[in-house]
Design a protein around this ligand. Structure first.
Ligand SMILES: *Cc1c(COP(=O)(O)O)cnc(C)c1O
Length: 379
């Protein structure tokens, strides 16, 4: 089955009791049993809920996996994976990791005796060098935020498996429309469904998708034991979002290209970071492992002054200044003062995060209007 058909049909079935074509919102905490232990597969909604089951199945199908698990947020999904580990275990991760993941690793799990090492992951040799016999997880994210670095998933999977570790890929930026990490050797795909998958900026949720039955059982145990599960109404909203994922992503990619090409030739713009540009250092790997290049990008202004970036951000009419990404509407952000403010200025500069760097989540409006907005804001 092709992707668009899967997005609409895979994993979901009309409701057997009424024929309702859309998965009902099973707003219930518990389920009646005929006799003790004799039930229809549902006992308590932290453990299982039919709306969540259909969403989990749909996600598994889209990522070419066997099992999906949903959580109350992307962070709750990440939390669940790290809880597979024991004190003394080690994790190798990328040095331009999503800020919330970095905070969870270093401020929460480090104190339970789990060690995290951060390396520039587009360099596979650096990953190999950082791995020890205690390394149980390799944590990758590609493209990264906000510089859109590309990590070679196949190469990192080989390195992880040679060292006996599992590879997790945070696929939030790419979505399964652009890239399927399980097909490239990853063991777990993680999503913040809050972003492109939900797609309408109206829900916060996360997910894990795996192939292996035993790994699924260990994660499902933790999902139920720790309890960071989503409500059925939110599951319904993500299920609805998934039905248009392919057409939304197609437009995000088209608009992404139009905006990147406009910015690239603008006299006030110093540099554009978008993996679809041939000048992007990860372009070749992106062409191999992704089907297109998405709607996330960032750019730096000539002169690199914070005041200039602030002026542009204040002038935007359509690119609303807000955290988050991946919704139908275009958003703008200033990493140095917003998402990456907790990183000291010196560290930021070392990681290539200029003070005037502006991040865009290019939405699915008409490209002409988006370019007009950029022209007036930069003018
Ligand atoms: C937003 C995001 C997360 C965290 O997800 P929440 O749903 O906000 O908890 C993790 N990784 C990436 C890449 C994200 O963009």
């Amino acid at each position: 089955m092709k992707f668009g058909t899967k997005a609409i049909h895979a994993g979901v079935h009309p409701d057997p009791s009424t024929g309702a074509i859309m998965t009902p919102i099973f707003q219930t905490s518990t389920y009646v049993q005929r006799s003790p232990g004799d039930h229809k597969g549902y006992e308590y909604s932290r453990t299982h809920n039919p709306t969540r089951t259909q969403l989990q199945n749909a996600l598994a199908a889209l990522e070419n996996g066997k099992h999906g698990l949903c959580f109350a947020s992307g962070m709750a999904a990440i939390d669940c994976i790290v809880k597979l580990l024991e004190p003394g275990d080690e994790v190798v991760s990328t040095n331009d990791l999503y800020g919330g993941s970095y905070r969870l690793f270093t401020k929460v799990f480090a104190k339970y005796g789990i060690k995290f090492t951060f390396v520039p992951m587009h360099d596979v040799a650096a990953v190999r060098a950082a791995m020890t016999e205690r390394t149980k997880l390799v944590w990758a994210e590609t493209p990264t935020n906000p510089l859109l670095h590309i990590i070679d998933i196949k190469a990192i999977a080989e390195a992880a498996h040679e060292g006996g570790a599992l590879l997790v890929v945070d696929n939030t930026f790419a979505t399964p429309y652009l890239q399927n990490p399980l097909d490239l050797g990853a063991d777990v795909v993680m999503h913040s469904l809050t972003k492109y998958m939900g797609g309408h900026s109206d829900v916060v949720m996360g997910a894990l998708i795996v192939q292996d039955d035993e790994l699924h059982q260990r994660l499902a145990f933790l999902q139920n034991a720790c309890g960071g599960t989503p409500g059925p109404q939110d599951c319904f909203l993500v299920l609805r979002g998934l039905k248009t994922l392919h057409i939304r992503m197609q437009r995000h990619c088209e608009n992404g290209r139009a905006v990147a090409e406009y910015l690239r030739q603008h006299p006030k713009v110093e540099k554009v970071y978008w993996p679809g540009l041939e000048s992007h250092p990860g372009h070749q790997v992106a062409r191999q492992q992704m089907r297109d290049f998405g709607g996330m990008m960032s750019f730096v202004l000539k002169g690199d002054r914070v005041e200039d970036a602030t002026a542009v951000l204040e002038k935007f009419q359509l690119f609303s200044l807000a955290e988050s990404l991946g919704g139908v509407e275009s958003l703008s952000g200033h990493p140095a003062s917003m998402t990456h403010a907790s990183i000291p200025a010196e560290e930021r500069r070392k990681a290539g995060l200029s003070d005037s760097l502006i991040r865009l989540s290019v939405g699915i409006e008409d490209a002409e209007d988006l370019i007009e907005d950029l022209a007036q804001a930069l003018g």
